[in-house]
Design a protein around this ligand. Structure first.
Ligand code: NAP
Length: 309
């Protein structure tokens, strides 16, 4: 199991000038007892800031420097190599760059959430979508005037959700999804009647839809969400971008990571098509805003979001 462990200030502060910004012996004790007997994986800078291999743990240090040798630690050249070496629990212990890269693989994130803000931090824990995790408070602690909480975020697994392309033989499944959607939501447009079904059937043979990408999220054999995008090729330099037409998940299946799985599926489909950027307008409701703000490699403008594929 891959676990991230970090101590963070109120604004996600991790450190400054390759060091920590606090001295919390109680938290160090918690870190030691949590990671003892396991493997710890860290970036080269974090290793240097600690200054020695951590005792009673297998130490793996990631660096791009092929010359680097460390007594008492294994040096590898990528995060993937580090993870391949691990058996049992592996704790990613920082720093910022390694946390960011390993976040998609994290089964658990153990944070010491310090009840203070720190000015001048130059590294921060990456933003992550808390709706994908179950939060559990492990313990409260206090060192001098500084109080903190040890919190565990465990990833909610969605093994039962499959992302599949919207093909003609799935129109019936989508019609059932659309009907359910209309019964769960207040908005209302085209009725799911014979004319709707026949128009959708025809669209699969219509060349105007060749530039559309549609994916479906199936849970227990039923469609619970869909995502649709259109490709846009510019005459200026021939680059292809995509515009996100729609992403929607049944209310009953929200907060289960389905939207994130749909977006990840769309990203990999677009990557294969040579698309560099996905552009979307952002709906002005809290839920949609939260979702868009959790997307990595994305820039938010006034009302739109530009997601690098
Ligand atoms: N609050 C906490 O819990 C906590 C925990 C840990 C660290 N920190 C703080 O975080 C800061 C250090 O974080 P950081 O982001 O600057 O550095 P870092 O992640 O510790 O180390 C970065 C270095 O790791 C190597 N590296 C990273 N990703 C790699 C990859 N994919 N492939 C190969 N090598 C890779 C590179 O080493 P080379 O340059 O050798 O190629 C890179 O320069 C310090 O301030 C430290 O105190 C805080």
């Amino acid at each position: 199991m891959i676990k991230l462990i970090a101590a963070v200030g109120k604004n996600g502060e991790l450190g400054k000038d390759n060091g920590l910004m606090w001295s919390l012996p109680g938290d160090m004790k918690f870190f030691r007892s949590t990671t003892s007997g396991s493997t710890v994986i860290m970036g080269r800078k974090t290793y240097e800031s600690i200054g020695r291999p951590l005792p009673k743990r297998r130490n793996i240090v990631i660096s791009r420097n092929p010359e680097l040798k460390i007594d008492g630690a294994e040096v590898v050249y990528s995060l993937g190599d580090a993870i391949k070496l691990c058996e049992g629990d592996a704790y990613i212990i920082g720093g910022a760059s390694v946390y960011k890269e390993s976040l998609p693989f994290a089964d658990e994130i153990i944070l010491t959430e310090i009840d203070e803000s720190y000015d001048g931090a130059d590294v921060f824990f990456p933003d992550f979508d808390k709706s994908l995790y179950k939060k559990e408070t492990l313990a409260q602690g206090c060192d001098g005037e500084t109080s903190y909480t040890h919190v565990k975020y465990s990833r909610i697994h969605n093994a039962q959700v499959d992302i599949l392309p919207y093909t003609k033989d799935r129109i019936g499944d989508v019609a059932a999804f659309e009907k359910e959607l209309r019964s769960q939501e207040n908005f209302y447009f085209w009725d799911i009647d014979d004319s709707y079904i026949s128009a959708v059937e025809k669209s699969f043979d219509d060349p105007r839809f060749n530039n559309s990408v549609s994916l479906l999220a199936y849970k227990d054999g039923v469609v619970v969400g869909r995502i649709d995008a259109s490709l846009i090729t510019t005459r200026f330099d021939g680059t292809i971008s995509a515009y996100l037409d729609w992403i929607c998940v049944l209310k009953s299946c929200r907060h289960e990571g389905v939207a994130q799985l749909l977006l990840a599926g769309l990203r990999s489909a677009l990557k294969e098509m040579g698309v560099a950027t996905l552009i979307a307008l952002m709906a002005n409701n809290d839920e949609a805003q939260k979702f868009y703000r959790s997307i990595d490699n994305a820039k938010i403008g006034d009302e739109g979001i530009r997601i690098e594929i």
